[in-house]
Design a protein around this ligand. Sequence first.
Ligand code: FNR
Length: 184
Amino acid sequence: MTKKIGIIVGSLRKDSLNKKVAKYFASALPEDFEPVFVEIDDLPLYNEDLDVEGAVPEAWTRFREKVGGVDGVYFFTPEYNRSVPAALKNALDVGSRPYGHSVWDGKPALVVSVSPGAISGFGANHHLRQSLVFLNMPTLQQPEAYIGNAAALFDAKDALTEKTTSFFDLITSKYIEFFKKLTD
Ligand code: FNR
């Protein structure tokens, strides 16, 4: 049966490097896996006062249902001030509630940080991993995916070099192996 991988990108901007990398990873999934892009840009900031019958924002419900329907999750994150963007943290928070009904629980995750800088989003990558521990999402450890100098990875047509795609494909194959070990 086809397995669904939710693709969540922490950048909201149109020409995001993270979105470009995410698109490549989505296209490289094996045939029996389906990518499901999950948007996070319309989620109101999490507020427990709204998480009661009759007040729950429609966007939260849509998001929870969509993540609830996937089997694993790929996260692509920029680094904002050495951490994850607020939009991505908000999405984690929205999906984690109501208490006892987290849509993240037990889903195998992949964390990829993408930055035009030399430090490769290391801070964001590890802050995200810290939340995933609490959310009980087993996360691929190796190879780590710190994608630095990312603006230089794409040519004018947004194509990647073969050296880059072979590294990305190695990450995919290790994630699929990890996913199958956990779910078969
Ligand atoms: C950044 N950027 C950035 N880069 C980095 O490597 N470490 C950092 O701590 C920060 N901090 C930061 C804060 C804020 C508020 C912004 C807007 C940007 C630069 C960032 O890596 C760059 O804008 C990327 O292009 C963002 O990723 P997308 O949008 O291209 O996917």
